[in-house]
Design a protein around this ligand. Sequence first.
Ligand code: BT5
Length: 328
Amino acid sequence: MKDAILNLLKKSTEDFISGQIISEKLGVSRTAIWKYINILRKEGYTIDSYSKKGYKLISSPDILTYEEVKNIIHTKYIGQEFFYFDSIDSTNTVGKKLAEKGEPNGTIIVSEEQTMGHGRLGRNWVSPKYKGIWLSIILRPNVDPINVSKITQIAAAAMIRTLKSLKIDAFVKWPNDIVMNDKKICGILTEMSAELNRVNYVIVGMGINANLDKTDFNKDILNKATSLKIETNSSINRKIFLGTLINEFEKLYDEFQENFTVTKSIEICKKYSAVIGNDIKILHSGKEFYAKAIDIEENGELVVQYKDGSIEKLISGEISIRGLNGYI
Ligand code: BT5
């Protein structure tokens, strides 16, 4: 009912809408309407009310509820189920629980804050309240587990397209970072539950540092982490970013869902690669190797060439790469 009232208010932002009309349209008493209006106000909506005129929505809060992004989303299956939280441990962790309970392909989990957001290998992911976009998508691809790492490239390409739509230039640091000016603005974490040759479900988590300030990062990561707000000197509209990202993700995921290929996504990841052509340091299982990044394969593997001329194809998994003089 609360959402239905909000819908009516949103449809009539020019004029007041009377309690009588809301009551007739939704079949609720005027006392109940008053109660829901007050709940909406507590959530941050500014609503004017006068006994003779009724109600008028003045402004909406900067929150990422389905109600606030649904007008931007025009997808077939991604985001049709949408779980919103004010604060949870991690959208990936909650995503796994929901997937176990049977939530469908395309279900989205968004939280304003994560108290235990994580990256790969259990690393911490800084996720302060209302400042970033912390989301996960439940996917149920009918593929062999070997194909799942391709989904990270789909997410990276969808991020690049979303950033492009906002006229922001960013690059993909294979396999799971989006970077700007040599620092990380987004991280992707793809996790799965699978059997030998069957995937039960995949959770693709995306963390976007939209409006974080320098003070949000502790000094250990300040030299390699940044936000869109810091880099562009202006606040990002998180609702538009989230809605666009969901749309772009579905467009690119369609190809994978249909024939398990990611041609379009790889094309984008290559075009906006922060590593191809660079000398890099490969970090794997506590060891360091030096090579030159030369290409990204159709299946998402990074092709590197060692000093002795030998070529290797790296699967994302637990590998990290660094530039020779820093993070990129
Ligand atoms: C990642 O891991 O980059 C994947 C991050 C995925 C986060 C999303 S948020 C929604 C969903 N729910 C989750 O719990 N996770 C996903 P990795 O490549 O392992 O990088 C982690 C490293 O990045 C950390 O060890 C820090 O050095 C650094 N880091 C931590 N928080 C950061 C932030 N907000 N921005 C940039 N770098 C950060």
